[in-house]
Design a protein around this ligand. Structure first.
Ligand code: FES
Length: 104
Protein backbone atom coordinates (compact mmCIF):
# COMPACT_ATOMS: atom_id res chain seq x y z
CA UNK A 1 0.00 0.00 0.00
CA UNK A 2 1.25 3.46 -0.77
CA UNK A 3 0.22 6.71 0.86
CA UNK A 4 -1.22 9.22 -1.59
CA UNK A 5 -1.35 12.65 0.03
CA UNK A 6 -4.40 14.81 -0.67
CA UNK A 7 -4.08 17.89 1.52
CA UNK A 8 -2.16 19.44 4.34
CA UNK A 9 -4.02 19.12 7.64
CA UNK A 10 -3.48 22.79 8.39
CA UNK A 11 -5.67 23.70 5.40
CA UNK A 12 -8.67 21.66 6.55
CA UNK A 13 -11.54 23.22 8.49
CA UNK A 14 -15.22 22.51 9.05
CA UNK A 15 -16.97 23.02 5.73
CA UNK A 16 -13.88 22.01 3.75
CA UNK A 17 -14.62 20.08 0.57
CA UNK A 18 -12.31 19.19 -2.24
CA UNK A 19 -12.50 16.71 -5.08
CA UNK A 20 -9.42 14.79 -6.20
CA UNK A 21 -8.80 12.48 -9.11
CA UNK A 22 -6.26 9.81 -8.17
CA UNK A 23 -5.50 6.96 -10.56
CA UNK A 24 -8.86 7.54 -12.25
CA UNK A 25 -10.65 7.43 -8.90
CA UNK A 26 -12.68 10.53 -8.00
CA UNK A 27 -12.58 11.19 -4.27
CA UNK A 28 -14.27 13.84 -2.19
CA UNK A 29 -12.54 14.93 1.01
CA UNK A 30 -14.79 16.61 3.55
CA UNK A 31 -14.32 17.96 7.04
CA UNK A 32 -17.53 18.26 9.02
CA UNK A 33 -17.87 18.62 12.78
CA UNK A 34 -14.13 18.15 13.14
CA UNK A 35 -14.25 14.75 11.41
CA UNK A 36 -12.65 13.90 8.11
CA UNK A 37 -14.64 11.93 5.55
CA UNK A 38 -13.36 10.48 2.31
CA UNK A 39 -16.04 9.43 -0.18
CA UNK A 40 -16.44 8.60 -3.81
CA UNK A 41 -17.15 11.91 -5.51
CA UNK A 42 -20.00 10.74 -7.74
CA UNK A 43 -23.46 9.73 -6.62
CA UNK A 44 -24.05 5.99 -7.03
CA UNK A 45 -27.56 6.73 -8.31
CA UNK A 46 -26.91 8.52 -11.62
CA UNK A 47 -23.35 9.74 -11.20
CA UNK A 48 -23.96 13.38 -10.30
CA UNK A 49 -20.93 15.03 -8.70
CA UNK A 50 -21.32 15.45 -4.96
CA UNK A 51 -19.23 18.61 -4.53
CA UNK A 52 -22.41 20.61 -3.96
CA UNK A 53 -24.22 18.00 -1.88
CA UNK A 54 -25.79 19.29 1.29
CA UNK A 55 -24.60 17.81 4.57
CA UNK A 56 -26.68 17.86 7.69
CA UNK A 57 -26.80 15.72 10.83
CA UNK A 58 -24.42 13.14 9.44
CA UNK A 59 -26.31 12.78 6.16
CA UNK A 60 -25.20 13.75 2.70
CA UNK A 61 -27.95 14.65 0.22
CA UNK A 62 -27.23 14.52 -3.49
CA UNK A 63 -28.39 17.76 -5.15
CA UNK A 64 -29.75 15.96 -8.22
CA UNK A 65 -32.52 13.63 -7.01
CA UNK A 66 -32.01 14.19 -3.28
CA UNK A 67 -31.03 10.65 -2.39
CA UNK A 68 -29.58 10.66 1.11
CA UNK A 69 -26.56 8.74 2.35
CA UNK A 70 -25.01 8.23 5.75
CA UNK A 71 -21.80 10.22 5.75
CA UNK A 72 -19.88 7.67 7.82
CA UNK A 73 -21.03 4.37 6.36
CA UNK A 74 -22.30 5.41 2.93
CA UNK A 75 -25.58 3.59 3.60
CA UNK A 76 -28.49 4.71 1.43
CA UNK A 77 -30.96 6.30 3.86
CA UNK A 78 -33.64 7.72 1.57
CA UNK A 79 -34.51 7.52 -2.09
CA UNK A 80 -37.41 8.74 -4.20
CA UNK A 81 -37.14 6.31 -7.09
CA UNK A 82 -35.28 3.02 -7.50
CA UNK A 83 -32.68 2.39 -4.79
CA UNK A 84 -28.99 2.42 -5.64
CA UNK A 85 -25.95 0.87 -4.01
CA UNK A 86 -24.38 2.58 -0.99
CA UNK A 87 -21.91 5.40 -1.39
CA UNK A 88 -18.33 4.12 -1.22
CA UNK A 89 -16.46 5.47 1.77
CA UNK A 90 -12.73 5.27 2.35
CA UNK A 91 -10.64 5.58 5.47
CA UNK A 92 -8.52 8.69 5.48
CA UNK A 93 -4.85 8.01 6.11
CA UNK A 94 -2.44 10.33 7.84
CA UNK A 95 1.26 10.83 7.38
CA UNK A 96 3.14 13.69 8.97
CA UNK A 97 1.10 16.84 8.44
CA UNK A 98 -0.87 15.44 5.52
CA UNK A 99 -4.13 13.60 5.02
CA UNK A 100 -4.46 11.17 2.17
CA UNK A 101 -5.53 7.73 1.10
CA UNK A 102 -3.80 4.37 0.98
CA UNK A 103 -3.73 2.86 -2.50
CA UNK A 104 -2.56 -0.54 -3.67
S1 FES B 1 -27.75 11.33 -9.14
FE1 FES B 1 -27.68 11.55 -7.01
S2 FES B 1 -29.68 11.14 -6.36
FE2 FES B 1 -29.76 10.83 -8.49
Amino acid sequence: MRFQPLAKLINLHDGYRCRFVIDGLQLLLIQQGGTHYLLEAQCPHKGHLLDEASIELGCLTCPFHHYRFDLSSGELLAHSDEPCRPLRVYSPAYEGNEIGVLLE
